[in-house]
Design a binder for this molecule. Structure first.
Ligand code: VGL
Ligand code: ZN
Length: 202
């Protein structure tokens, strides 16, 4: 068992990010046995859940004429328009059936505000509006984070970079992550994580 100052953060292991889902990440379900095993090593375990209303601004379907995976400008910066995914209460938004959810101490939902996307477990995409996760971890005395889940180049990377900026020590175990890799987004995310001081492990 790892020391009590360490937490495992499991990002978005949901049906829509697994094969057959609305925004399927190749091999997304392959990470589940390893993630389940890791949960046994950590005292503090947090799951995140992407949780959008159907009218969410990140969905291409809510921008007439816009193609999925195109970019638009939002007040907070450029935003990829995604296929509709992880709609609150749907099967796609549920955790994959093989993920052990019972050991988790906290499930934090994100992306529930229609006008703003939220990749990071810590802040909305405006980089200002907090989710509350920082306070939860600090009040539990957690200082060191291990991140795993989906997708490496979006929600995992954004969460890792925000956590490093907040002063946590952060390790991303890439073997327990899978990427969307849209137009070089994986290489860019790895560079940005390294620049932010995130340790990339296997
Ligand atoms: C994610 C795109 C949109 C993710 C969530 O979990 O990485 N990516 N919503
Ligand atoms: Zn999303």
């Amino acid at each position: 068992m790892r020391p009590k100052t360490e937490a495992l953060i499991v990002i978005d292991v949901q049906n829509d990010f697994c094969p057959g889902g609305a925004l399927a990440v190749a091999g997304g379900d392959e990470i589940i046995p390893r993630v389940n095993a890791l949960m046994g090593d950590f005292a503090a375990k947090v799951l995140t859940q992407d949780w959008h209303p159907a009218d969410h601004a990140s969905f291409a379907a809510n921008h007439p004429g816009a193609a999925p995976f195109s970019l638009i400008d939002m007040p907070y910066g450029p935003q990829v328009l995604w296929p509709s995914h992880c709609i609150q209460g749907t099967h796609g938004a549920a955790f994959h059936k093989d993920l052990s959810t019972d050991p988790a101490d906290l499930v934090i939902r994100k992306g529930f505000r229609a006008a703003i996307d939220s990749y990071s477990a810590f802040f909305e995409n405006d980089h200002k509006t907090p989710t509350g996760l920082e306070g939860y971890l600090r009040t539990r005395g957690v200082a060191d984070l291990t991140l795993v889940g989906l997708a490496t180049d979006f929600c995992v990377a954004y969460s890792a970079i925000d956590a490093a900026k907040l002063g946590f020590t952060v390790t991303v175990l890439e073997g327990a992550c899978r990427a969307i890799d849209l137009d070089g987004s994986l290489a860019a995310a790895r560079d940005k994580m390294r620049a932010a001081g995130v340790r990339l492990g296997a």
